[in-house]
Design a protein around this ligand. Structure first.
Ligand SMILES: NC(=O)c1ccc[n+]([C@@H]2O[C@H](COP(=O)([O-])OP(=O)(O)OC[C@H]3O[C@@H](n4cnc5c(N)ncnc54)[C@H](O)[C@@H]3O)[C@@H](O)[C@H]2O)c1
Length: 243
């Protein structure tokens, strides 16, 4: 299997796309640390895949440091980091004040920075690492009712490129994956679910995107054999944006 012997941290792995990623990495042989704000769903996912749950708020620097420390204490290293944890809001532009803007940025963008910053010394010392940041095709589509989220994901796209440039010399690749509208628990429980009819009509492949459509793309970028791919964004959206 392509991830035999590898240790992976997947944030936001309690449900949705993150859980599908955790399941796929485990199926490929990785030891997965299921990191999520929700301790209950994290524990359920970890039990299902034979991994370890670690409750964490990715916007909290001390909690992120503890996550990485616990992973290295338990497994001796961290080979793969997948930044999936995010808040997907549905807020009209008129209703975004600074507090709401910061709420989204602190988890989506700051959280991605904090986890990358925390795993970096370990990956650099090992001369090996795979970082995959979950972006979104909204940065291409300019989707309404989540302008702050779109900005946070644009930041992740750009940060991924900058980090790839700085870390390539240490054997660390940094890529992003941009899903389109995907039937996760989060989306299905929000007004975004109403967009499926419209979005499916724009896709080259006319069906709903599923979490399991995203996970194999992440698994490839997380593997050793993807070592010549870095600074890239792979769009997985059924051909919605054809980016
Ligand atoms: N579902 C989509 O249509 C879609 C499309 C494009 C991109 N994405 C991206 O894919 C990723 C997963 O989306 P999803 O739809 O599966 O989400 P979801 O809402 O179903 O799940 C998100 C998970 O992240 C966790 N989380 C939230 N805040 C956290 C925090 N501060 N610290 C740790 N964990 C936290 C939640 O507890 C939850 O388990 C996100 O990065 C999202 O932006 C989703």
């Amino acid at each position: 299997m392509r991830l035999d012997g590898r240790v992976a941290i997947v944030t936001g792995a309690g449900q949705g796309i993150g859980r599908a990623i955790a399941e796929k990495l485990a199926a490929e042989g990785a030891k997965v640390v299921v990191a999520d704000l929700n301790a209950t769903t994290a524990a359920a996912c970890a039990e299902a895949i034979g991994g370890v749950a670690h409750p964490v708020d990715v916007s909290d620097e001390a909690q992120v440091a503890a996550l990485v420390e616990a992973t290295v204490d338990l497994h001796g290293k961290v080979d793969v980091l997948v930044n999936d944890a995010a808040i997907v809001p549905f807020v009209a532009w008129d209703d975004i004040d600074l507090a709401e803007w910061r709420r989204i940025m602190s988890v989506n963008l700051d959280g991605t920075f904090l986890t990358c910053r925390a795993v970096y010394p370990h990956m650099r010392a090992a001369g090996y690492g795979r970082i995959v940041n979950i972006c979104s095709n909204v940065i291409v589509a300019g989707t309404p009712n989540l302008a702050h989220y779109v900005a946070s994901k644009g930041g992740i796209f750009a940060f991924t490129r900058a980090l790839a440039t700085e870390l390539g010399r240490y054997g660390i690749t940094v890529n992003s994956v941009a899903p389109g509208l995907t039937a996760s628990e989060g989306v299905l429980g929000s007004p975004h679910a109403d967009a499926f009819d419209f979005v499916v009509g724009l896709q080259a492949i006319p069906r709903r995107g599923l979490p399991g459509d995203i996970a194999p793309v992440v698994a490839f970028l997380a593997s050793e054999e993807a070592g010549w791919v870095t600074g890239s964004m792979v769009v997985a959206d059924g051909g919605h944006t054809r980016h």
